[in-house]
Design a protein around this ligand. Structure first.
Ligand code: ZN
Length: 166
């Protein structure tokens, strides 16, 4: 293992040990239309995602206002990759505009499709912050779904927040 891979490994271990944004509790399915707008204009959007091949599960909750993600909380259980990935994602999207969060989600999806090669595009890699540590994960098709779990929840919750606000 070279030093870059070792550093990536450490990032994943750190996040898995202490996941950012994870609340105590068991992830639950959310009702069919979980998004709602509060009196003050804040939209709360939630998404529940399961990766049955590994047993990973997440319930992600976004608080958004005026096209911006104000707060991120989630309940999760599963393998270290799934929990660490959701943690890294939380750091990236907290305080982000919808467009920037969407861009990061697209970049992470591209990274997961790179078969371990990375993105070959510095500007896009910069969007990913610590999520670049999952480059190696993209070599293993069975683990890609683990890494994508939180991001799938983000995509779903963002869609809901967008339609609830319009
Ligand atoms: Zn997993």
């Amino acid at each position: 293992m070279d030093s870059l891979q070792q550093m990536y490994q450490q990032v994943i271990l750190d996040h898995a040990k202490k996941p950012h944004g994870r609340m105590p509790g068991v992830p639950e399915s959310v009702s069919a239309a979980p998004s709602y707008m509060e009196m003050n204009g804040t939209t709360v959007a939630a998404s529940h995602q399961v990766n049955p091949t590994c047993g990973d599960e997440i319930t992600l909750k976004l608080k958004t206002k005026d096209g911006k993600i104000e707060d991120v909380e989630w309940l999760g259980q599963g393998c270290s990759i799934s929990q660490a990935s959701a943690s890294v994602m939380t750091d990236l999207i907290k305080g982000a505009q919808f467009a920037d969060a969407h861009e990061a989600e697209q970049a992470f999806l591209a990274l997961m499709n790179s078969r371990g090669k990375g993105l070959d595009d510095e500007a896009t890699e910069e969007l990913l912050g610590d999520a670049i540590a999952f480059t190696g994960t993209s070599q293993y098709p069975a683990r890609i779904k683990c890494a994508l779990l939180g991001w799938m929840a983000l995509k779903d919750a963002l869609n809901q927040a967008t339609s609830a606000a319009s």
